[in-house]
Design a protein around this ligand. Structure first.
Ligand SMILES: [Zn+2]
Length: 398
């Protein structure tokens, strides 16, 4: 574990409700490399506090937790010990009782100091101002908050503790609750921390720029996953065809797409594909041959089977003819560049498939970002044409 890993784990612990995990004991610290401890010590997060009042008996094979009591030796020094049912009085090394408190105030102070400013605790134990940061043309206020995922988060950060509009808010945990104020950006603090030369450095600028969180609304595919941000809240969902359609609709708000146009989006994402922008003109009435995706797949499978049979046993005349016809159909169904051509009577079927794909994608989004699912359900219409038309304009990064 690097110092950054340890720090992030401690921050997540500090984000939990309840106080029992707010302390770091000597045993835990002794498992860290000394440079890890030194590095974390400079962040201010660990504050030495009163010695532990409970400790494990080290004399017994089966460790048992006992209250620490103090006895005085002949020279008048006080010695920590526990009472063990088996071994009687067992003396404890005082160093083993040392413990640290997770001190978010001091930690916030160190973050603010690294930006050249001072912290202010705006809400006890929950919210600290970290000063401001010039980001491009804008000056952004920065905050550190604890408990962004707690049930009281929305009320706390909307009403009790008002955050400046456009501010960047760093939260300790990885998740936020739903319905947090959307006038600020929410970013896990872990994304703004870097480990450089055994120093933890706070780089809010990198976090805000590299993750595209300057936009509160984004939908992007990365490999087999989609990274979604809605109202500053982010989540990942697995790839679904409908997400490509949704992405396309969000890119061109208020524009009516026909289903064929949207279903061509997938093909256009392939190398050598067609920019969907170019497809609007040609999408009106055409009598081209068409194969829908399912039919094309079945044709390809049948051709594969025929080829296999041909190489092993040869084909009957009928099978050979079938193969020729299927190959002709397949060729005719593809325009230059491998793009499927359209056929107006197919529109109804395609529309149903596209609409269903969009609905399925919304259901994939729902558990991750319920607000986004609701938003799409409300503002994406899947009638005779498909369109995303929100009441208030939303600027999506796609
Ligand atoms: Zn014991």
């Amino acid at each position: 574990m690097t110092a950054l890993d340890v720090l992030i784990e401690l921050l997540q612990r500090a984000d939990l409700r309840g106080g029992e995990l707010k302390y770091v004991g000597h045993v835990e610290v002794s498992h860290w490399l000394s440079e890890v401890f030194e590095c974390i010590d400079t962040t201010g997060l660990l504050s030495v506090t009163s010695d532990a009042e409970l400790t494990f008996c080290h004399e017994c094979l089966e460790p048992h937790l006992e209250q620490v009591v103090y006895t005085t030796d002949a020279a008048g020094a006080s010695l920590p010990a526990i009472r063990c049912p088996t071994h009687g009085r067992v003396f404890i090394d005082r160093a083993d009782l040392k413990r640290w408190r997770l001190d978010l105030g001091a930690f916030a102070g160190a973050l603010a100091w690294s930006l050249g400013g001072k912290t202010r605790e705006l809400l006890q134990g929950r919210c600290w101002s970290l000063g401001s940061l010039a980001l491009g043309q804008a000056v952004v206020s920065l905050y550190l908050v604890r408990g962004a995922s707690w049930p009281d988060g929305p009320e706390t950060f909307e009403t009790t503790c008002r955050l400046s509009t456009g501010a960047a808010v760093f939260h300790l945990g990885l998740q936020t609750a739903g319905r947090l104020p959307t006038t600020v950006r929410w970013t896990p603090l872990s994304e703004a921390l870097r480990l450089e030369a055994n120093q933890i450095v706070f780089r809010p600028d990198l976090a805000l720029a590299s993750t595209g969180r300057l936009s509160e609304y984004s939908i992007r595919r990365t490999g087999k996953l989609w990274q979604l941000t809605f109202a500053g809240e982010s989540g990942m969902v697995p790839d679904r065809l409908g997400l490509s359609y949704i992405s396309q609709l969000l890119t061109y708000p208020r524009r009516d797409f026909d289903a064929l146009e949207l279903s061509a989006v997938e093909a256009s994402l392939l190398p050598g594909g067609v920019n969907p922008e170019d497809m609007t003109e040609s999408s009106s009435g055409t009598d081209d041959e068409i194969m829908d995706d399912e039919y094309r797949t079945s044709v390809l499978a049948r051709l594969g089977a025929l080829d296999a049979k041909k190489s092993q046993h040869g084909l009957t005349a009928e099978e050979a003819q079938e193969g020729d016809v299927l190959r002709q159909q397949l060729t005719a169904s593809l325009a230059i560049g491998g793009r499927p051509r359209r056929f107006p009577t197919e529109t109804g079927n395609v529309r149903i498939r596209v609409s269903q794909a969009i609905r399925r994608a919304i259901e994939v989004i729902r558990p991750v970002l319920p607000g986004m699912a609701e938003h799409l359900e409300t503002f994406v219409s899947t009638g005779s044409t498909l369109c995303y038309a929100p009441d208030d304009p939303v600027s999506w990064q796609t």
